[in-house]
Design a protein around this ligand. Structure first.
Ligand SMILES: Nc1ncnc2c1ncn2[C@@H]1O[C@H](COP(=O)(O)OP(=O)(O)OP(=O)(O)O)[C@@H](O)[C@H]1O
Ligand SMILES: [Mg+2]
Ligand SMILES: [Mg+2]
Length: 283
């Protein structure tokens, strides 16, 4: 994913058409059959096969021969195509630098409407999709469909919270990519707080507001809270849940417990879990 800009620039019009066709059809096929792409691109069988081989050598697609030739996006392929859609929509002008590469995402800075912003590419279930498939029954959906869902969930949750809770402003969502405001702040675990009691209160206040808006973060910890002089910010929402959804109370408890444990371990602050949860839930 480090060479995303070069890959992007090397793709020709016809390559983009093929990627577009895979995107359109990936909801219905684990491997999109070549005939579906041929119908949309007017390429011959031989031309398409040659193109798909080239795209596979660039690690943008994975081809599979069964009764017919089928193809599916890799994480990189879906990401570069999602970027293309954001560029086409006028949301991204320039790709910046890679600022984070984790299990579940690759995060870049970009220039969006003249300002620096964050572009997060989701990759849930990648690369061990087979395991995911065994655990929960997704039928023959390709894992790329799951990454799109995860991106959509993050975008929708940010939209719901922005303006009420301290989260980055969501700008756009395409494919597995979420474009949002860049927060100039550091992860909580990297910072030595001078006023940890106040910061903990601010965090609990925000969790309470989220709860009032019907959202449970789902992955709250010192890694997904950013802090600067002005306050605290919450990021990383693909696991977010609706209040009232099955299991959401347990997840809320885990979220709050993570935060309280961190403040106890790092700053020796004692705050009762049960009481804190009651505070969050009382209107
Ligand atoms: N809006 C933002 N502003 C500034 N930095 C951000 C923003 N969004 C993400 N980051 C940075 O990118 C990192 C990864 O983002 P995020 O936590 O959303 O993804 P992740 O999938 O949890 O990554 P991981 O696989 O490491 O768990 C963050 O820890 C943060 O450093
Ligand atoms: Mg994170
Ligand atoms: Mg995460």
């Amino acid at each position: 994913m480090r060479d995303l800009a070069n890959v992007y620039l090397s793709l020709k019009k016809l390559d983009w058409k093929i990627l577009e066709s895979i995107f359109k059809n990936m909801w219905d096929f684990e491997y999109v059959p070549s005939h579906a792409i041929i119908r949309e691109t007017n390429l011959s069988e031989e031309e398409l096969e040659a193109k798909l081989k080239k795209l596979a050598s660039m690690r943008l697609v994975e081809n599979k021969y069964t009764e017919y030739l089928g193809t599916a996006f890799t994480f990189k392929g879906l990401s570069v195509y999602s970027l293309k859609r954001l560029v086409a929509a006028g949301k991204v002008e320039q790709l910046g630098s890679l600022i984070g590469e984790g299990k579940e995402s690759v995060v870049y800075t970009v220039i969006s409407q003249g300002k620096e912003a964050v572009l997060k590419f989701h990759r849930v279930g990648y690369p061990s999709f087979k395991k995911v498939k065994e655990k929960r029954d997704y039928g023959t959906l390709h894992y790329t469909v799951l990454t799109v869902r995860s991106a959509r969930r993050e975008f929708q949750t940010l939209k719901r919270l922005y303006g009420h809770v301290s989260v980055p402003r969501p700008i756009a969502w395409e494919g597995n990519a979420v474009l949002m405001e860049l927060i100039d702040a550091k992860e909580l675990y990297k910072v030595k707080l001078e006023n940890p009691e106040d910061v903990l209160e601010m965090i609990i206040e925000e969790v309470k507001k989220m709860y009032e808006l019907g959202v449970v973060h789902g992955d709250l910890s010192q890694f997904n809270i950013l802090v600067n002089e002005e306050g605290v910010y919450f990021i990383d929402f693909p696991q977010s849940m609706e209040v009232g959804e099955d299991g959401s109370e347990e997840i809320l408890k885990r979220d709050v417990e993570n935060v309280l444990k961190y403040f106890k371990k790092t700053y020796g602050i004692e705050r009762d879990l049960k009481q804190t949860l009651e505070e969050i839930k009382k209107g």
